[in-house]
Design a protein around this ligand. Structure first.
Ligand code: CA2
Length: 149
């Protein structure tokens, strides 16, 4: 069994598709998960969401211990506040994609300074829910390149 891809989602994203559709669209998190599984094409995938910072940190540690193929993370508001999540992500040696549904740089200033970007391999922002399968595809590609190197 190959190493899983982790797709981690931060606070409030369990409400996706129910509020502010002009910013976040109408796709629910369950639909996002299905899109990710399709993009993974049978590759094992751990798809998770939490409103608790410590839980996300524990999942990053789990991904490190399981030598995950890659991590896609939408840290939501923790993007801008959590040095603890940044520190955990810094320990992950594989491909790490920071993902935002909205284009955070077009929004208010409080959404401009990502801490997570300091360690991300790449950042996807503004593609809507479609960014998730794009990110999963990128992780598969980057993991294959890493394996071949
Ligand atoms: O665009 C994104 O994906 C964000 O990571 C979403 C976060 C925001 O703090 C980031 O700056 C950008 C907010 C998630 C809030 O989730 C909602 C879910 C449903 C309805 C409204 C908000």
């Amino acid at each position: 069994m190959s190493a899983p891809i982790y797709v981690l989602n931060g606070p409030n994203l369990n409400r996706l598709g129910t509020r502010e559709p002009e910013i976040y669209g109408r796709t629910t998190l369950a639909e996002v998960e299905a899109m990710c599984r399709e993009a993974a094409g049978g590759h094992p995938l751990e798809f998770r969401q939490s409103n608790r910072e410590y839980e996300i940190i524990d999942w990053v540690h789990e991904a490190i211990d399981r030598e995950a193929a890659g991590i896609v993370i939408n840290p939501a508001a923790f993007t801008f506040t959590s040095i603890a999540i940044l520190d955990a992500l810094k320990m992950f040696p594989g491909p790490l994609i920071e993902l935002h549904i909205s284009n955070i740089h077009r929004r208010e200033e409080i959404y401009h300074r990502s801490l997570v970007s300091r360690t991300a391999t790449a950042v996807i922002a503004g593609l809507g829910a479609q960014g998730y399968p794009v990110a999963v595809g990128a992780v598969l590609e980057l993991a294959a390149r890493r394996k071949a190197a």
